[in-house]
Each structure stands twice: as C-alpha cells, then as structure tokens.
Design a protein around this ligand. Sequence first.
Ligand code: AP5
Ligand code: ZN
Length: 228
Amino acid sequence: NILILFGPPGAGKGTHGPKVEDMMGIPQLSTGDMLRAAVTNKTEVGKKAEAIMKAGGLVSDDIVVGIIKDRIKEPDCKFGFILDGFPRTLKQAKALDAMLADEGAVVTKVVELQVPDSVLEERICGRWIHKSSGRSYHVKYAPPKSMKKDAQGKPIESTMLDDETGEALMQRKDDTAKALVKRLQGYHGETVPILDHYKPHGIVRTVNANQKMEGVWSEVLEALQRGG
Ligand code: AP5
Ligand code: ZN
C-alpha cells in the first residue's frame, strides 16, 4: 500500500495520518515533519529550508525528493507507507513514480481532503504541535487536556502540554495568516494540478474535510476501503 494524503495546509493530513498509520501498520512520512526536524538539528538541508518554510514557500524539489528517496529505503517502509505533504509538484510526482517503478510498485491511492480556503486560517492559527511526535492540537477543536485559559479567554502557554508525554507544545513559525496566503498560493498553483496526474489511474478519492474530525475520519476510512 502506497497512500498519499493530499490537501491544503490545515486540511487534516497530520490529524488523520497517524490514525491511518495505526490502522494499517505502515509509517506516515511527512516531509514537513522531516524538514522541521532538519531545521531543529541545523543540518545542511535544514539551513537551506528554514527561511523558505517560515515564509510559506516550497523547498526545492531536489531536496525533498532526496529526503523521500532515502526514507523509503528504510525497512519499515517495506510493506508500504503513507505520504503526507509529498508530492507537492508535478516534478515530485514524476520522481516518486520513477522511484517506485524501480521496485515494481505504484501509488495505490490518493485521498484528497477537500476543504474551502476560508476555514483554514482559523485551523492554522489555532494549532499547537508536539514537535517530537508531530501530534497536532487546536485551541478550539482539539485542545490538550491540560489547557487553561486566562481572563481574556486566551490559552496560557505554560498549560499547553502534550496529552501523552506532558511535554510542552509549540506553534509552528509558518502558522501565521501571512505565510498561509503564500502556502495556499503554492497549493493551488503547484500542488492541485498533480491530481490530474493521478486521476486517469482511477485512484483519487475525495473526502469532505470541512466537517468535524470524526466525520472526516469515517470518510477517510471509507475512501481507503472503496475499491480500485
Ligand atoms: P507541511 O508540514 O506539509 O504543512 P502543510 O502542507 O502546510 O500542511 P499542514 O501541516 O499545515 O496541514 P495538515 O493538513 O497536516 O493539518 P493538521 O492535520 O495539522 O509543510 C510545511 C512546509 O514544509 C511547506 O510550506 C514547505 O515549505 C515545506 N515542505 C513540506 N513538504 C514539501 C514538499 N513536498 N515540497 C516542497 N516543500 C515542502 O490540522 C491543522 C489544524 O486544524 C490542527 O490544529 C487540527 O487540530 C485542526 N483540525 C484538523 N481537522 C479539523 C477539523 N475537521 N475540524 C476542525 N479542526 C481541525
Ligand atoms: Zn501537517
């Protein structure tokens, strides 16, 4: 199984990816998480990617293709994997096809999380993440159990802790209204067109991601089970 979780910033790729991972027993590979780890660890890739990511631009195809190429050689990817945030350009989609063809494999399904741009700013600006696991929370839609608010109703930062580890949550540098505009431009300009690359194969399944998380999840499940 080689699955692609597809959708704009804030669609829910990082929310549903870990659940698909648990269910199917194949790893979720998020290029965004990998790049953020590279930035934290100040690697060569991280140094090149940091400013581009903060502004909401796309990191070069060569860099992300290189990252994925190395990652899918790891033993845990032997029975398949879930791609989150990759491919994002036609060039990346073609590079993926070529990598898979070397192994006699193909992309099995593309699950498109469809959601209007108008709801994404609230999702993005309210998001807090647990950096080491990639878990996402939301001040309104998925608050951590520990969250307390101040008199103005704003969450108190010191109470924003991961449910499982109790470690501090943080906000992403690119989760600003300004960077979101740029991220959405990239999504509509470069990323949406790659759906046309997969549609002729009959593997694209569209899910309504503009509803409560539970509803999205049940549609994702259905999309994964639907044949073809
Ligand atoms: P990446 O990390 O991939 O970010 P993104 O695509 O912008 O997607 P997000 O992580 O913002 O959205 P998501 O769909 O995962 O949302 P989530 O589930 O967390 O990439 C970051 C950057 O890295 C890029 O901008 C680029 O610079 C670089 N990069 C990465 N891959 C690259 C590539 N292949 N090529 C080039 N550059 C690359 O949900 C968001 C929030 O909403 C959460 O708070 C969540 O709790 C909440 N939420 C989720 N679902 C719902 C719901 N149904 N109702 C209410 N709230 C919800
Ligand atoms: Zn994500």
